[in-house]
Design a protein around this ligand. Structure first.
Ligand SMILES: NC(=O)c1ccc[n+]([C@@H]2O[C@H](COP(=O)([O-])OP(=O)(O)OC[C@H]3O[C@@H](n4cnc5c(N)ncnc54)[C@H](O)[C@@H]3O)[C@@H](O)[C@H]2O)c1
Length: 448
């Protein structure tokens, strides 16, 4: 099957590469010329575990190619995936200009039947808007010769992959959601995705609107679950309970489940914040007051800065001239993505208080540097960040931070003080090594 993917970000590049791995011929289109030049030279432009292996193999097998020209996506390819950005508009609703702009351009170019597959996260009703945008262009082009007007279907195929596990999630999805009422499109989509569900996970066919809402409902539910647990953690601190015990206590209930119950300094990333906001906005538009979502957004924005008052209190209310080591900048481990990362707001807040920062992240330093420049120092490795710092602050739970040499940390810091926004360490270990250790929803370990 010949397929094109328009937009080669975290979703588009993974989609294109994995579809090529299943035997399809895939062309990936992006307007970012540098990105396309890199990919043509065999360079994966994002950090995503295991992507490089499939990427390299499928380029070598000539099943995966790249272009900046939308014409290359439209010519000879029956299925066109749109994996374009849908960032928040000024009012919080999803900005559809990328999706509708490309749809319109497809309408200007197509000469035969196409299935336009919307993989971006888009509000309910977008499939209809895409259909209208394509039709508008076809109406203009084929006003005088309607018999030659090509047919098309628009399918909603929301993506549920997680950055950091994107390849595994695409290759073995829990489910594939396909929103379409067209039997022709359904048949093609079924064929395209059946190689990925051979172990029996379902391809769920539904109408376009339900598919669009399924994506928002999934992300909003997960954001709510993690936010609920963050509030339980805040309560644990005030009531003298231990959030790890409570987490295990509730997670063992199969109705609740163990996942997404780890408290921390809030969710970030390119999806949860914007999707919760966009769903709340969509609800408003149909006069529905989605109260939980408002609370989730409010709690999360406070939770992101949960550590700052604790740090301030420890240092007697004055951070001016204090120096902090920071571990972790990406919004979560195993990605270089820093969109809406809690690290950004924490760094801003610490700098505002007059502190200085030396930070380390295994993959996200270049992106942070591009965003905030030299307002902080960048370390060569985790230990290099520590030298002469008054405390270590942990913002992202990268695996390499989980089992460090604590004696080395103690030696390098001015004082053995750790504020941990991701609950990486065992409280008894911290006590026995002699750290002041403040985490989320757990007892504070005072230095002995
Ligand atoms: N990142 C995730 O984990 C994730 C997961 C599920 C769904 N989604 C959704 O998928 C969509 C894409 O997300 P992403 O994280 O891959 O975005 P991204 O910003 O990483 O990638 C988007 C790409 O589209 C390109 N682009 C922009 N305009 C274009 C145009 N006119 N023609 C061709 N290319 C164009 C950009 O240059 C960029 O490379 C969003 O709607 C997002 O909400 C993201």
């Amino acid at each position: 099957m010949d397929i094109s993917v328009v937009g080669t970000g975290y979703v588009g590049l993974v989609t294109g590469t994995c579809l090529a791995e299943s035997g399809a011929n895939v062309i990936c289109i992006d307007i970012d010329e540098d990105k396309v030049a890199k990919m043509k030279n065999g360079v994966v432009p994002i950090y995503e575990p295991h992507l490089d292996v499939y990427f390299e193999r499928n380029i070598r097998m000539k099943r995966l190619s790249f272009s900046t020209k939308l014409e290359d996506a439209v010519d000879n390819n029956e299925v066109i995936f749109l994996a374009l950005p849908t960032p928040p508009d000024e009012d919080g609703s999803a900005d559809l200009s990328y999706v509708l702009g490309v749809a319109r351009n497809i309408g200007k170019m197509m000469t035969d039947y196409k299935i336009i597959v919307d993989k971006s996260t888009v509000p309910v009703g977008t499939a209809e808007k895409v259909t209208a945008a394509v039709n508008e262009e076809l109406d203009k082009r084929f006003a005088d010769n309607p018999d030659e007007r090509p047919d098309f279907d628009v399918v909603s195929n929301p993506e549920f992959l997680r950055e950091g596990f994107a390849v595994d999630d695409f290759m073995k999805p829990d489910r594939v959601v396909i929103g379409t009422n067209s039997p022709r499109a359904r048949k093609t989509m079924d064929k395209l995705f059946s190689p990925f569900v051979r172990q029996g996970n379902p391809i769920l066919f539904m109408d376009e609107r339900s598919a669009e809402l399924t994506k928002y409902a999934a992300n909003a539910f997960l954001a709510t679950k993690i936010t609920f647990m963050n509030e339980i953690a805040n309560l644990c601190e005030r009531l003298g309970a231990d959030v790890d015990s409570v987490r295990i206590g509730i997670g063992s209930d199969q109705r609740i489940g163990k996942r997404f119950l780890f408290p921390g300094i809030g969710y970030g990333g390119s999806c949860f914040p914007k999707d919760v906001q966009a769903l709340e906005k969509s609800s408003n538009e149909v006069d529905y007051d989605f109260k939980i979502l408002k609370s989730v957004m409010h709690v999360n924005s406070e939770q992101k800065l949960n550590l700052i008052p604790k740090v301030k209190e420890y240092f007697g209310g004055d951070l001016n001239g204090k120096r902090f080591a920071v571990w972790g900048l990406s919004f979560k481990p195993d990605t270089d993505d820093i969109r809406e990362a809690p690290s950004l707001e924490n760094i801003k807040s610490l700098l505002r208080e007059g502190a200085t920062i030396r930070a380390f992240d295994p993959e996200a330093m270049e992106n942070i540097k591009n965003k905030i420049g030299d307002v902080i120092e960048y370390a060569d490795n985790s230990y290099d960040a520590l030298k002469g710092a008054d405390a270590l602050l942990i913002f992202t739970e990268w695996q390499i931070f989980r089992n460090p040499e604590f004696t080395e940390i103690k030696k390098l810091l001015n004082d053995p003080v750790i504020f941990d926004g991701r609950n990486l360490y065992d409280l008894e270990d911290m006590r026995s090594i002699g750290f002041y250790y403040h985490s989320i929803g757990r007892a504070i370990i005072e230095r002995g």
